[in-house]
Design a protein around this ligand. Sequence first.
Ligand SMILES: Nc1ncnc2c1ncn2[C@@H]1O[C@H](COP(=O)(O)OP(=O)(O)OP(=O)(O)O)[C@@H](O)[C@H]1O
Length: 468
Amino acid sequence: MPRILIVEDEEIIRSALRKLLQHAGYEVAVAGSVDEADSGYELNDFDLIISDLRLPGAPGTELITRAAATPVLIMTSYASLRSAVDSMKMGAVEYIAKPFDHDEMLAAVAAILQRRQAPDQHAADAPEEPAGNDGTIDPSTIMYGKCDAMQKVFTLIRKVAPTETTVLIQGESGTGKELAARALHLLSPRAARPLISVNCAAIPESLIESELFGHEKGAFTGAVSARTGLIEAADGGSLFLDEIGELPPEAQARLLRVLQEGEIRKVGSTQSRQVDVRMIAATHRNLKAMTRTGEFREDLYYRLNVMQIRIPPLRERQGDILGLASRFLKRQGERMGKPGLNLSPEAMRALERHRWPGNVRELENAIERATILCDTDVITPGLLDLESEGGDVNIPETLVEGNNEQMRPRDNDATSDLSLEDYFQHFVLENQDRMSETELAQKLGISRKSLWERRQRLGIPRKKTTGS
Ligand SMILES: Nc1ncnc2c1ncn2[C@@H]1O[C@H](COP(=O)(O)OP(=O)(O)OP(=O)(O)O)[C@@H](O)[C@H]1O
């Protein structure tokens, strides 16, 4: 049985992670700091160390040198992507952003241990030797989907993952684009190398070029030292550019060069450097339409759109709703110490009838909310609180302004013209004075981070007087 050491100072995360890993069949030990880990255990006896980056005393990356024979997976908050990149450069085998998804964590652990068992296949110092995926990792171990539409997505992922092809993942917010990108990476020969995920909408426009491409010392005010960009950090691995439609024009031009020439030039540098990165991009927007309005470069669009994977909205995956719900219920129940929860027949019907404008994320949030509020073993429709969430709102048939036939609104009534962003904007403007940010995000079925990002993008930042 593989032995894993968790080094985390936050008790709640430490015990949740321990339970998750024990449940998955691993032998688990825990420590609250690097020194506690080092004095309490023989670090090289473990098959894997999972450590928080920020700890009291030495940072988690210290374990990379102290446990030279053991792979170290670093956990870091999403906001500190930069530290994640630095951790990878220091030799961490993988990083994972907190709060992490349980499936994502288990998939990352399984992939690292699998590579450890077959070290000849990945030779970390020889990236040109493909790490290989021996077939034990499958998209269905990373994301749930039994309906025909998702089975087709999985087939496509299995086919395209082993290639070097650039992939464009399209789908509404919350459909699972990021999970699909992770599956593409983990099933690829690059699985042993980093997957760097960047949300282009979350990085301020003024910083995006230097974040992605790096900069030389003195390239602009504040550039006190040279810095490696995220693309370079993904060298040998994969780069996932989420919300690619938000990339400003100058960064689009630079990215095109990376795709065409396989080389990057840091901001303020005259020299280029070759990089070997597999590009995966995602968007909920219609890039083709954006090329017509000049918002997105047509040449870049064609470079990115070599292979397209469309993740269907949840309302087109009717057969998966209950399966996903019971998976989330089991997970949340275990997390919150309520393991025997069930959905009442009425709750099941309510879930199946709901339109799910926020897709899988909204379902996940609804189940989490119901699990918290539930005082018995049965989840009733009232606890899911779905009526006010969209059942009575005019959600368009299809929210993506699609060039893709499948994505076009199916009818021409007035609501079909309402884009997801219009809906979002209406909802926020109408409700922000009486709801907190947390409530707004929950009702929209998105995370608070997503709410904040979209507020910035749509020019409706949170009012100072609004509570949260
Ligand atoms: N098929 C699935 N099985 C299990 N969980 C899923 C599935 N699809 C999505 N999820 C969960 O739903 C949430 C949203 O998924 P994800 O972040 O991948 O969506 P997204 O399309 O990238 O969203 P956004 O466009 O807002 O970034 C995550 O917590 C993810 O784990």
